[in-house]
Design a protein around this ligand. Structure first.
Ligand SMILES: [Zn+2]
Length: 255
């Protein structure tokens, strides 16, 4: 594992210069990247994390397939880490229609100021999708949860890779979850212990949920939430499925 980690770091350092190019191609606001917050490819892991991550794919041997490819996965990984993503690149996950391109096992985000937003479970998704999630969580969510005088600390009910047809219906088109291009989210956890639920009698105030919907629909190609269909009555589904003419779906009825 040590040798593989060294190889990974060497590859990332060698391609460090490509990160700025990749970022400018994305055309995003990049104020945070200029800060000295830049992190090492592999965040230090506390003993507790090492113990807890025994079963995680972080221990999966890193193969060259995770470091090669036409877009240059190291460039995506570099953007991901610099934006605040906390994950480990992993060897190809899934096969056939369920292959994830440039997979990362994603479990937290480093926020401006150094706080972390932890996922309640790690998810394996494609690196480019992970970057979209990082941008949304870092740039949009703090302002939204501040409506409740809260600081975001957890993403609750997180789901990622699942090799299955859409909504689990046999014969249906393959789900974006199958290719690591989607994330499910059940609720937002605040640093003071409160939970902002998306639905139910204890749901977060409607204006907050409306703001969450607006920002999600701005960022993602598909947003399905409570009120859209039976499969999404208790969580939010976000994905980056590309459709003709860049058609987007934004269905969530916060009530
Ligand atoms: Zn979903």
């Amino acid at each position: 594992m040590h040798r593989l980690v060294v190889r990974m770091i060497a590859a990332l350092l060698a391609l460090h210069g490509t990160v700025a190019d990749a970022q400018s191609r994305r055309g995003r606001s990049n104020n945070e990247v200029a800060s000295p917050r830049i992190m090492t490819p592999f965040p230090p892991r506390r003993p507790a994390e090492l113990k807890a991550s025994k079963a995680e794919p972080a221990e999966t041997p890193l193969t060259s397939t995770a470091l090669e490819g036409p877009i240059g996965p190291p460039a995506c990984f570099g953007v991901f880490f610099e934006r605040g993503g906390i994950a480990l690149p992993v060897a190809a996950d899934g096969d056939g229609a369920c292959t994830i391109k440039d997979p990362v096992t994603f479990r937290a985000i480093s926020m401006p100021g150094g706080a972390r937003v932890e996922f309640d479970s790690a998810v394996t998704v494609t690196c480019s999708f992970a970057v979209e999630v990082v941008d949304w969580v870092r740039d949009d969510l703090p302002g939204i949860v501040s409506r409740e005088n809260g600081t975001l600390s957890r993403l609750i009910g997180v789901g990622g890779h699942a090799c299955r047809p859409r909504n689990g219906v046999p014969g249906a088109q393959i789900s974006e979850h199958a290719t690591g291009n989607a994330l499910d989210l059940g609720a937002l956890g605040l640093a003071d212990g409160r939970t902002l639920n998306l639905v139910g009698s204890d749901a977060a105030p409607r204006p907050l949920r409306e703001a969450l919907k607006s920002s999600a629909c701005e960022r993602f190609k598909t947003v399905l939430g409570p009120g859209s269909d039976a499969s999404h009555k208790d969580h939010l589904h976000l994905d980056m499925r590309q459709r003709p003419r860049d058609y987007k779906i934004c269905q969530w009825q916060p009530d």
